[in-house]
Write a protein that binds this ligand. Structure first.
Ligand SMILES: Cc1cc2nc3c(=O)[nH]c(=O)nc-3n(C[C@H](O)[C@H](O)[C@H](O)COP(=O)(O)O)c2cc1C
Length: 240
């Protein structure tokens, strides 16, 4: 009898501990998920894998555009371009199955979005998260003017409704490949730039690869951590 009482007390204690652990886990999960971050995490529309413009047409149409109309982008267009720039392949089996290749699948690149005119999106600075195809609002300011100033006054960066800034965290790749990793990162940003150019053309939009800017200036505009370096600016908009 005594033994049975002891056993049921132990079971009760076990149940209580498990309840407390489970509730803590649940609260932590909610806290760490997008829900706790409220409006700061914006889930993007699902990208399409079929379009109306052929790859050949997009290649043939692509050229650097430095004159943009003020027509805003839609969230669907922004979503599609970010996906092409480094999203997960639709229905891909693993995390490493993305739209751009990466040496050793180490993915050293990150994408920041300076949104000026996008329908249904607050102007501001966002970071793209490929895992759940979302953007995270980092600052509620239109930083395109500051970005243009850091790019030696290239004014089409203010005209374009959106500017993407591609940055690298070199240690992700150099940590494995040493000095050779530096080369890999430069190659990878080219892959990304080309995907953006062609996807933009396929959507009736244009870009211009911009590499002439002051690294420290751009880092300051974006508030980048010391271990991130900006590599490319890609404005997006309708050609005027
Ligand atoms: C790495 C790289 C950096 C570039 N940087 C700039 C730039 O800062 N500003 C600019 O107006 N164009 C820039 N361009 C675009 C080139 O000027 C353009 O690609 C070239 O004139 C060929 O024209 P197309 O792209 O229309 O074929 C850059 C292109 C590359 C590949």
């Amino acid at each position: 009898m005594k033994l049975r009482l002891k056993l049921s007390r132990l079971t009760l204690r076990g149940l209580m501990v498990s309840f407390i652990l489970n509730s803590t886990f649940f609260v932590l999960t909610i806290f760490l998920s997008g829900e706790a971050k409220g409006e700061k995490m914006i889930k993007l529309p699902k990208p399409e894998t079929k379009g109306k413009v052929s790859l050949e047409e997009a290649i043939n149409r692509r050229s650097s555009v430095r004159n943009y109309s003020s027509k805003p982008l839609t969230l669907i267009q922004l979503s599609q371009i970010l996906w092409a720039a480094g999203g997960k392949r639709v229905d891909a089996a693993t995390e490493a199955s993305r739209t751009i290749p990466s040496a050793g699948a180490l993915y050293p690149l990150e994408i920041f979005v300076l949104a000026g005119k996008v329908e249904d999106l607050k102007e501001g600075l966002y970071q793209y998260h490929h895992i759940d195809h979302s953007i995270e609002l980092l600052r509620e300011d239109d930083l395109r003017k500051e970005l243009s100033r850091s790019a030696w006054g290239q004014d089409f960066l203010v005209q374009a409704p959106v500017d993407l800034v591609v940055v690298a965290e070199p240690s992700r790749t150099t940590g494995v490949y040493g000095e050779r990793g530096e080369r890999f990162i430069q190659i990878e940003v080219g892959h990304l730039g080309q995907n953006v150019s062609l996807q933009a053309e396929a959507l009736g939009l244009s870009t211009c690869a911009v590499g002439a800017f002051d690294d420290d200036g751009v880092s300051k505009v974006l508030g980048l951590k010391k271990d991130l370096i900006p590599l490319y600016i890609l404005p997006l908009g309708y050609r005027k």
